[in-house]
Design a protein around this ligand. Structure first.
Ligand code: SF4
Length: 379
């Protein structure tokens, strides 16, 4: 096992584009949920198989939702419980997602002391009007302030989440957000195009024709702007949506893109262990109740076939600009993509969309703007 993911499904309020498992929470998140997480960690720590040879944790990611709604003491307890109960590699990456208006110096200092060494701040935009349209609970000043507080607390590895392709967003407007983000000099940027997901407020507005998104050419311009501006600022695009300074790639996410194994703690979290995919129950009340009874809070699971796992390794690996290692695929599955995909892959190579580059198969530069369509051909 390489990664440990902990899910905190609470947010100040639901953003209008969000389809993640999270629920609005007034005031601090429930203490009972934190206690359940601690018990869940201890439950897994008793599973002998998870302690076996090579089952070392190389990264911990506390995500959500908004984990930073918990105070420093609670978060420090959570981090310490992970470190005390699992076989953690020295110097492992420990990340946490956060919202700008839920961070304080005291809280972050406690987290740093407990071992948190990477902070991700969900800024999304520095434009007040767009923040309101998205239904975010913070404003521009709070975003800037959160970054300064994180630096003062000693964080030397900070990610900012940003979004483009937003309703009413022009390329110029996006350039301003990118410039403002770059001026803060974070180590990492995760940059996603807005996708209108079913069940969200944006989807409702879109159905009623009340959501006007930028034209396709404008979105392409925003994407091109992102790559050129960030390259100039010293960031390397290492995954379709992720940019990092040298040596600052997110190790936890690299494990996902390399289709490595991971353990999920918390409501709705997913684990992927030795070809088994397990999903925890989604309702927080059920989760708390099952853990209190000493039960692993599993909702369902599936054993992935060798072929399904191979396809996942290819598709996830192609999200990395480096691509997917053919040697790794051969060692794991005794399969070569050319043999498995036959004419489909041959055609993508012929069209210049996929390149074979030494030991790596990767998307070409021309394929990156239409990556999702290409990956869909390989599912
Ligand atoms: S803060 Fe993040 S997880 Fe919470 S509602 Fe907004 S987008 Fe969703």
């Amino acid at each position: 096992m390489n990664g440990l993911y902990i899910h905190i499904p609470f947010c100040r309020r639901k953003c209008r584009y969000c389809s993640f498992v999270s629920q609005p929470c007034i005031g601090p998140p429930p203490a009972a949920y934190l206690e359940a997480l601690l018990s869940h960690i201890r439950l897994y720590a008793r599973v002998d198989w998870l302690k076996g040879e090579g089952r070392e944790i190389t990264s911990i990611f506390i995500g959500g939702g908004t984990p930073s709604l918990y105070d420093g003491k609670s978060l420090a307890r959570l981090i310490s419980a992970c470190r005390d109960n699992f076989n953690c590699r020295p110097g492992l990456e420990i990340s946490m997602e956060s919202d700008p208006n839920s961070l304080s110096l005291d809280q972050l200092a406690r987290c740093r002391e407990a071992g948190l060494n990477r902070l991700s701040i969900g800024i999304q935009s520095f434009n007040e009007r767009l923040l309101k349209i998205m239904g975010r609970s913070h404003n521009r000043d709070q975003a800037r302030q959160a970054f300064c507080v994180a630096r003062t607390a000693g964080f030397e590895n900070i990610n900012l989440d940003l979004m483009y392709g937003l309703p009413g967003q022009s390329p110029d407007n996006w350039r301003q957000t990118l410039n403002e983000a770059a001026a803060l000099a974070p180590e990492h940027l995760s940059i996603y195009e807005l996708s209108v997901e079913p069940g969200t407020r944006f989807a409702e507005l879109s159905d009623r024709r009340q959501l006007t998104l930028p034209a396709e050419e404008e979105v392409i311009e925003q994407e091109n702007l992102t790559c050129s501006l960030l390259e100039r600022e010293g960031f390397e695009r290492y995954e379709i949506s992720n940019f990092a300074r040298p040596e600052r790639q997110c190790r936890h996410n690299l494990n996902y893109w390399r289709n490595g194994s991971y353990l999920g703690i918390g409501a709705a979290a997913v684990s992927c262990l030795s070809g088994l995919r397990l999903r925890n129950v989604e309702k927080t009340e059920t989760y708390i109740k099952m853990v209190r009874q000493g039960l692993l809070p599993l909702a369902d699971g599936e054993a992935l076939s060798k072929e399904a796992s191979f396809r996942e390794s290819v598709i996830m690996g192609l999200r990395l600009l480096q691509g997917v290692s053919l040697t790794d695929l051969r060692l794991r599955y005794v399969l070569h993509p050319r043999d498995y995909y036959g004419p489909v892959l041959h055609n993508l190579i012929k069209r210049g969309l996929i390149a074979m580059d030494g030991d790596y198969m990767r998307l070409s530069a021309a394929a990156l703007p239409v990556a999702n369509q290409i990956l869909a051909e390989l599912v």
